[in-house]
Design a protein around this ligand. Structure first.
Ligand SMILES: Cc1cc2nc3c(=O)[nH]c(=O)nc-3n(C[C@H](O)[C@H](O)[C@H](O)COP(=O)(O)O)c2cc1C
Length: 649
């Protein structure tokens, strides 16, 4: 079956209110952190959203724009929230999206409430519906909004909606999800008010109802207004599916045109930007439950792939599938699918490192696999007029990216790899069953190399003396890293397997009792994979936590899984030596022996510095990429690779 036929249902027209979308593929609201100092959108937004519209997406929900700067006064870039000055800057973005046939929905937000960060020098607590503890600092009690403040927010929604529509928005979305301020009014777990905004269902719905009516009055009957909310908060005391069904029916009855359904809240952070451990299409089932209860269209996001997006539509779980990080990773996601080029879609790793991770740090988004993301103009690839001979050493993710990009620029590229296949560390990092995105990205990179003009030479180790370097105008060294094996007594015993070797050859695991020495990501992933296969796994880590450097939002589901599969975690524990019986460890309880059939050494990686230094000494123009410069994550290597290839002039 041709891909276009296979995915035909994703390319059907769909109506939201009076507005027809050209297909069922949308982009959910995602803050890009690119706002100007006054909270305005910039030319970066035009290029960023324009690229996704050009890439075939039918509906773009523009990142949440604040209707007021009073609820989160501490937040950078909110000084002109909800004003004409801000709205004027939306115009260019909407216009560009329309130029490519996408419809635009403007998400409007009135604040984080108790979800806000609390800074040490902050003099006032966050606001909320009631005097409930701040999420991040439970010792700080939120200040309940006064009636006058509520009225002001309602007014600001109306004004912002009016401005958004005047400058071209096709639809509007009320941000009521994730336990943010509106949700804090809707949910009894946070709404303890005794006035007309608290208590009964009707009272808890009053805030969002007033917002909706005010917006409706401001924009008239023909502009669809959507609500984004969680189907289930997924924590003790939070809202359940049952009550969300009631809310959904209520919102439909007052005139809301569509619902954008997801899951969770900050107490269950795993749903907000789901990590790889939550699986693909992970919130579609939740959307399906709400969709059954209402007649209006339902939108849903959550780690979709082409297959799972199609499944959500075919199973009647969603009318519009929203692909967020997938379209940060590949702005042409929809067009490629429509043209039958599914294999060319660059897969998102769901690593969250440069998108959600950057937003968490207050800086603009970037992407691990797409260095052009949010820098569409600056890092566009243009053909060179001066082709160079480029030699790339190392066929891991950084080397492949450097080679791909340099070749796209028109350079003559040869890629040398000492192993018998490309992929480098991706070949073992993608081994665990739950790391399908890494396998998909590895396959994508290799396919792009195959399709390119890059000449690949396998089984060829390059050193500073290699004659292959002599003719090169540009050398790109992407030699990777080697396992770090500390000098622990017994580490070279027959019962010890190094983690990357273990991933390459599963027959190296013997017996049922496995002790993993090293609780970084590779040790933890390996431990989880083995525990899923029924092994008795203990992970030993010297510092005070496993996966210490991993993002919080990625760890939530990971640690749930470690518990579900009974992985024993020993932190603040030092490996003293390895014997035939197992691993001798020391911690605050003293010295003990962990009996083991196989011990996995997962102490991390060290850069391949010697060869790199020798190459640099002889060829100072060499660009160093990825782990051989500094050990990092896949995104570090890929981004380094992009810039190295792109900057060859
Ligand atoms: C960088 C980033 C910023 C986000 N900002 C918002 C936002 O402004 N409003 C919102 O409702 N959701 C926001 N989200 C959540 C996304 O809309 C979406 O629900 C989530 O990324 C899951 O979809 P995906 O798996 O397709 O990326 C953000 C997510 C990311 C990654």
């Amino acid at each position: 079956m041709k891909q276009t036929e296979k995915y035909r249902r994703l390319f059907e027209n769909v109506k939201i209110g009076n507005v027809t979308l050209k297909n069922r593929i949308g982009m959910p609201p995602m803050g890009t952190g690119q706002d100007g100092v006054n909270g305005e959108m910039t030319d970066n937004h035009i290029a960023y959203f324009g690229a996704r519209a050009k890439g075939g997406c039918g509906l773009i929900v523009i990142e949440g724009q604040a209707v007021t700067n009073k609820t989160d006064p501490w937040m950078f870039g909110m000084t002109i929230a909800g004003t004409l000055a801000q709205a004027k800057t939306w115009q260019g973005v909407y216009e560009m999206c329309h130029a490519y046939g996408a419809k635009v929905c403007q998400q409007l937000i009135c604040g984080l409430g108790r979800n806000a960060f609390v800074f040490d020098d902050q003099t006032t607590p966050p606001v909320s519906a009631s005097a409930v503890p701040s999420h991040y600092r439970p010792d700080v009690i939120c200040r309940p909004l006064e009636i006058e403040e509520i009225r002001d927010i309602v007014k600001r929604y109306a004004v912002s909606a009016y401005y958004a529509v005047s400058v071209g928005a096709d639809m509007l979305e009320i941000h009521a999800h994730s336990g943010y301020l509106i949700d804090q009014f809707m949910s009894p777990v946070w709404n303890k008010r005794t006035d007309q905004y608290g208590g009964s269902f009707e009272n808890r719905m009053r805030f969002i109802t007033e917002i909706y009516y005010a917006m409706r009055q401001a924009v008239g009957p023909n502009v669809p207004i959507l609500v984004r909310m969680a189907a289930d908060h997924d924590f003790e005391g939070g809202r359940t599916f049952e009550e969300t069904v009631e809310i959904a029916k209520y919102l439909e009855s007052i005139g809301i045109d569509a619902l954008d359904i997801d899951m969770g809240c900050y107490e269950k952070h795993k749903w907000i930007v789901p990590a790889i451990y939550s699986g693909d299409g992970c919130m579609a089932y939740a959307s399906g439950i709400i969709k059954k209860a209402v007649g209006i269209p339902v939108l849903n996001a959550g780690s979709f792939t082409p297959e799972t997006a199609l499944e959500a539509v075919e199973k009647g779980q969603a009318d519009v599938v929203l692909l967020g990080r997938a379209q940060i990773a590949d702005p042409d996601w929809a067009a490629k699918l429509m043209e039958g080029r599914e294999d060319d879609i660059r897969p998102c790793l769901l690593c969250n490192k440069y998108c959600a991770g950057n937003i968490g740090n207050g800086i603009p988004i970037r992407c691990s696999v797409n260095a052009q993301a949010a820098r569409e103009r600056e890092y566009a690839i243009t053909k060179t007029e001066n082709p160079k001979k480029v030699v790339v050493i190392g066929g891991g993710p950084g080397g492949m990216e450097a080679a791909r990009v340099a070749a796209l620029k028109g350079h003559e590229v040869t890629l040398y790899e000492k192993a018998d296949s490309l992929g480098g560390q991706l070949n073992f990092a993608g081994d665990p069953s739950f790391k399908g995105r890494i396998r998909a990205f590895n396959a994508w990179q290799q396919r792009q190399i195959e399709k390119s003009t890059v000449k690949v030479v396998l089984n060829r180790e390059i050193t500073a003396e290699s004659k292959e370097l002599e003719e090169a105008d540009q050398i790109i060294a992407a030699l990777g890293a080697e396992p770090l094996v500390p000098k622990i007594p017994g580490i070279d015993g027959a019962n010890v397997v190094e983690v990357t070797a273990a991933h390459r050859d599963h027959s190296l695991y013997k017996g049922e009792r496995i002790v993993i020495c090293g609780g970084g990501m590779s040790g933890v992933d390996c431990g989880l994979e083995l525990a899923m296969a029924g092994k008795d796994v203990t992970i030993v880590e010297m510092v005070d936590a496993l996966a210490k450097k991993e993002l919080y939002q990625n760890k939530v589901r990971l640690f749930e899984l470690l518990d579900e599969y009974h992985v024993k975690q020993m932190v603040n524990t030092k490996v003293l030596r390895i014997t035939e019986e197992g691993v001798e460890v020391e911690n605050e309880n003293g010295i003990s022996v962990l009996p083991a059939d196989t011990i996995i050494s997962a102490f991390g990686m060290k850069s391949e510095t010697k060869t790199v230094q020798e190459i640099l000494a002889r060829y100072p123009q060499t660009k160093v990429v990825g782990d051989c410069g500094m050990v990092g994550q896949i995104g570090n290597a890929v981004r380094d690779g992009y810039f190295a290839g792109w900057s060859v002039e």
